[in-house]
Write a protein that binds this ligand. Structure first.
Ligand code: UN1
Length: 493
């Protein structure tokens, strides 16, 4: 097998089950094959779950700082391979190489952060209402957990989940998105080579319908951590609910960047270019709405178009490229459909086409697209997940906030203003899990919680120390050393 052909990783071994069918991933910039993978069947998922279940007691019993040492080793290996894996990210997913390397760096950052968490995993101690009684909480792993991850951050997001799950003492079955399976497999390789005991982390590649559902439905899986689209997320939640399991969801966004009339306009311009067209708009945190104060509306758009005219679209591996393709044929179709919707209900100001001719013909390239629209149109409310920006004109701050908040999602948000009081108001007023002041909607750092409100999820947070909450059970312990029966709430006060 070539080194771009991968098996499943089950119980500490790379395996290609007899009779397995394979699928391949393709470079969205040129259609070349990036890797081939096993389409796991229900019996393969079963083997992975059995291995994870067997490995759990010993992994739970391993002191958390020791688990942390293994994570640190994985982080070092990934650091050594950053260049190689970053290129694979760009080849398989299409983001430009600086972002491919950034994806891997985000993975490294988070593994290192979680390695340190092995020396904390803190509970709390709380006073008792009774004498000679001690009350505390400890964190315990949940057991076997399933990590189901998307293609847009194909090394970072798997690690947000895997590293947090592992440091907490869980064992993991990991299903990466099918179109970035090689990135997923490269992540697993790093942990395997770091010396993780067999069964602690298992990789099952394949479709959501077969592999994803089998994981979500299996009673051995105590928690599911899923990042992806809102429709699939809802289905995962409902399936998991039948088994009363904890389902953590990170879903979509329709993230606004507000630019007030007192904003530093060149800075706000750089912000929206990065926020809207970085990763070809395929971040949950991408800026998909630009809410402009009417006083700066015309000059701001003029400056935006001047910059877009010089935007370089093309080969993601060329460091001069500003924007690569969208990630797949499916994604291209979906984005182009939305562009058609936009043409009917709004005014197209820039782009609006698939790019063709020369090297573009082999890939899924879409021109950076800007619509002028009124609030309430589909393109201004639904997640598109592509390089499509809706521009909305507002009269004042109150209207900006009203428009910003009037969507079903609430992940990221941003305001550019030099008025410090207004910035603090925005911090409170914007309905989102993340608010940036004078910075774009993308680019969260791993040591802070990541997640959103409304249809962006179901209340949980990833990253930061919140990640530990996702993957642990909180146990309350009462230690009575009074040597008599004490009755809380009943004994005389
Ligand atoms: C995502 O798109 O789901 O904050 C993750 C950011 C990145 C992570 C995005 N650090 O834009």
């Amino acid at each position: 097998m070539a080194d771009s052909d991968y098996g499943l990783y089950i119980d500490g071994k790379w395996v290609t089950p007899a009779g397995a069918t394979r699928f391949s991933t393709r470079n969205p910039a040129n259609g070349e094959t990036v890797g081939t993978f096993v389409s796991a069947r229900p019996e393969d998922v079963d083997a992975a779950l059995a291995a994870a279940e067997r490995a759990f007691p010993a992994w739970k019993a391993t002191p958390a700082p020791k688990r942390g040492e293994l994570l640190l080793r994985a982080a070092r290996l990934l650091t050594e391979r950053k260049e190689k894996v970053g290129r694979i990210v760009s080849q398989e997913m299409g983001k430009v190489i600086a972002e491919g390397l950034g994806d891997v760096q985000e993975a490294i950052d988070f593994i290192e952060y979680m390695a340190g968490e092995g020396r904390r995993l803190a509970g709390e101690t709380v006073p008792s209402e009774l004498r000679s009684k001690f009350c505390l909480t400890i964190r315990q792993p949940k057991g076997v957990v399933a990590c189901i991850t998307p293609w847009n951050f194909p090394t970072a997001i798997p690690n947000w989940k895997i590293a947090a799950a592992l440091i907490s003492g869980n064992t993991v079955v990991f299903k990466p998105a099918t179109n970035t399976a090689r990135c997923g497999a490269e992540v697993v390789k790093v942990y395997a080579e770091a010396g993780l005991p067999p069964g602690v982390l298992n990789l099952v590649t394949g479709s959501g319908a077969v592999v994803g559902n089998a994981l979500v439905e299996d009673p051995r899986v105590r928690a599911v951590s899923f990042t992806g689209g809102v429709d699939t997320g809802r289905e995962v939640y409902v399936r998991g609910a039948k088994h009363l399991k904890m389902v953590h969801l990170e879903l979509g966004g329709k993230n606004p960047q507000i630019v007030m009339d007192d904003a530093e306009l060149p800075l706000a311009l750089e912000g929206v270019l990065f926020g809207a067209f970085g990763t070809s708009g395929q971040r949950c945190t991408a800026t998909s709405r630009l809410i402009l104060h009417e006083k700066i509306y015309e000059p701001f758009l003029k400056a935006l178009f001047e910059r877009l005219d010089r935007f370089v679209i093309g080969d993601p591996l060329d460091p001069r490229t500003d924007m690569g393709p969208v990630a797949s044929a499916d994604q291209e179709r979906k984005v182009l459909e939305y562009i058609e919707v936009g043409k009917r209900e709004a005014k197209l100001l820039r782009g609006g086409t698939k790019l063709t001719g020369g090297a573009f013909d082999k890939g899924h390239f879409i021109a950076p697209t800007v619509f002028e629209t009124r609030h309430g149109t589909r393109i201004s409310k639904e997640e598109i997940f592509g390089p499509v920006l809706s521009v909305l004109k507002v009269h004042d701050y109150a209207e900006a906030v009203r428009v910003a908040n009037d969507v079903s999602y609430g992940l990221s948000s941003s305001i550019y203003t030099r008025d410090v009081n207004r910035a603090f108001h925005a911090m409170d007023d914007l309905e989102a899990g993340i608010t940036y002041i004078n910075a774009p909607t993308i680019g969260a750092e791993v040591q802070l919680p990541f997640g959103g409100i409304k249809n962006t999820g179901n209340g949980g947070r990833e990253a930061g120390s919140a990640a530990i909450e996702e993957f642990t059970e909180l146990k309350t312990v009462f230690i009575d050393f009074s040597e008599r029966l004490q009755k809380a709430q009943i004994d005389p006060r």
